[in-house]
Write a protein that binds this ligand. Structure first.
Ligand code: ADP
Length: 243
């Protein structure tokens, strides 16, 4: 097919947990430069789909294809080395270390060790992309929550993702606090050209960032398209209201 280099695809994913069918034939395509918001009511399969893309879960049926290769059986580490990166919510931020040190943690898992100059360059670029330079040498624990969220993103950016997957990057950020994160993510995405897929319940935040929405309902893609078409689709309103 005509997928550009660096495209990540999930084709017909079924994921069963015992008697539960969390995904029921879901497909998605993320190309370099795409910015996609994954929406859907609680329990619709969003996290499960992202876990299948990163390799935390192996789907019961269907294929994950990256850059033309079937990666369905590859480990999360192998996929990360190939450039499929998710934000490191599992790798907790360390409050006693500085902002820069926390970002540098993202360099630890790379496939090849970097030369010092490259290491410094990536760190500097990621700090700049998330507008973290003023705080670089401050202990992370003293930073406001919005800064910590940008540190999480910067930590993912140092590995130079080709596809970046973010699960609720704006969670816990109230009115206005998500705006710097949306801005810095958008700028980084435009400069670095990675494909971005994010799950977030903050529709304003999602709208500020993405040019395509995919809506899941009961493990299937219900609608996809531009934010304008999707958000005014009566079917989408219906699944969110649960009626
Ligand atoms: P969402 O992210 O859209 O809220 P999830 O992907 O977390 O949805 O969950 C989809 C469905 O799969 C839910 O019914 C959930 O309870 C179930 N599920 C998810 N993970 C597991 C698991 N590890 N074991 C059993 N059921 C699970």
């Amino acid at each position: 097919a005509a997928d550009p280099a660096g495209t990540l695809r999930a084709d017909g994913i079924v994921m069963r947990f015992g008697g539960i069918k969390a995904l029921d034939g879901a497909s998605i395509r993320i190309r370099p430069g795409d910015t996609i918001g994954l929406l859907g009511p609680n329990g619709s399969g969003k996290t499960t789909l992202v876990n299948c893309l990163t390799g935390i879960l192996t789907p019961t049926e269907g294929r994950i294809v990256f850059n033309g290769q079937d990666i369905t059986r590859r480990t999360p580490r192998q996929r990360a080395h190939g450039g499929i990166v998710r934000s490191f919510q599992n790798l907790r931020l360390m409050p006693d270390l500085t902002v820069a040190e926390n970002v540098a943690v993202g360099l630890a898992g790379l496939a090849q060790p970097l030369r010092a100059a490259e290491w410094r360059d990536r760190l500097t670029t990621a700090l700049a992309a998330q507008r973290l330079e003023p705080y670089a040498h401050s202990p992370l624990g003293q930073m406001p929550y919005g800064v910590m969220k940008r540190v999480e993103v910067a930590r993912a950016l140092v590995s130079r993702p080709r596809i970046l997957l973010l699960d609720e990057p704006a969670a816990g950020l109230g009115g206005g606090d998500w705006e710097p994160l949306a801005e810095t993510l958008k700028t980084a995405q435009e400069q670095m050209g990675f494909g971005l897929l994010l799950i977030d319940h903050n529709i304003e935040f999602v709208r500020a960032l993405v040019n395509r929405l995919v809506v899941l309902a009961t493990g299937q893609v219900l609608v996809e398209g531009s934010p304008e078409t999707v958000l005014t689709d009566p079917e989408v309103g219906r699944v969110y209201l649960g009626s």
